[in-house]
Design a protein around this ligand. Structure first.
Ligand code: CA
Length: 234
């Protein structure tokens, strides 16, 4: 069984590190650990893990720098662990290239759920419906990028140009949490207060067309104060 995902756990706090390691072991994941940023970068580059859990508050350097260094050569998914409850450092981490975040204290269920979302994204990429493919398929949703059309259950969605751009941006980043700043910069080329407000409005109208039940979104997940994520539907 060598195809079990390998997870790199970067955490200087021993009880938290042990909790994560035990959880991973119990659920049949392979794992490596690192206790500081230097070790994290070394192990990430030598072992090329499938997913990295990265504590932002490390003794030798800021976790954000670790993300930037990893992103210089790899797209491996990084889930940051933040002790601070403010959104600002999660947003900074996501904009630096992290895929997702967990806030301390977190439950084992939460940890496993985040990991499943990330691993589903990896399997989506290896199944050939990654960001570079010309057709995207996710549950009942499909997008034909070359034709510029999106379909739900085979029926073409009537989207405005901005809704379509938003949908494609989220789809190409399935599994990743995209911040308001990232999205507005990609869509409008800037990120002003007004753009974030318009983004909310466009998101409401896009979801009305896309989600079967507006109260139980299947595709687009909201991260209040942070951004949005396209989920891989099973
Ligand atoms: Ca720490």
């Amino acid at each position: 069984m060598n195809n079990r995902p390998v997870i790199l756990v970067v955490e200087d706090d021993a009880p938290v590190r042990n909790l994560i390691a035990t959880t991973l072991k119990t659920h049949d994941y392979r794992y490596l650990t690192a206790v500081n940023g230097a070790e994290a970068i070394l192990k990430a580059s030598s072992y090329n893990p499938d997913v990295v859990f990265l504590d932002l508050g490390l003794p030798d350097r800021d976790g954000i720098d670790v993300i930037r260094q990893i992103r210089a050569w790899s797209n491996m998914p990084v889930i940051v662990i933040s002790a601070r409850s403010e959104d600002a450092d999660k947003i900074e981490a996501l904009d630096a290239g992290a895929d997702d975040y967990l806030t301390k204290p977190f439950s084992v269920e939460e940890l496993l759920a985040r990991l499943r979302v990330t691993i589903r994204r990896l399997s989506l990429m290896s199944a050939g419906t990654g960001p570079e493919e010309s057709v995207y398929a996710n549950g009942a949703l499909s997008i034909d990028y070359s034709a510029g059309c999106a379909f739900l259950n085979g029926e073409e969605l009537k989207l405005t140009p901005i809704e379509y751009k938003l949908l494609c941006l989220l789809a190409r980043n399935t599994g990743r949490v995209l911040t308001h700043t990232f999205i507005t910069q990609k869509i409008w080329g800037r990120s002003w207060e007004n753009d974030v407000a318009s983004l909310r409005v466009f998101m409401v109208s896009l979801r009305k067309k896309l989600e079967p039940g507006p109260d139980a979104p299947q595709y687009i997940q909201t991260h209040i104060g942070i951004g949005y994520r396209m989920l891989k539907v099973e």
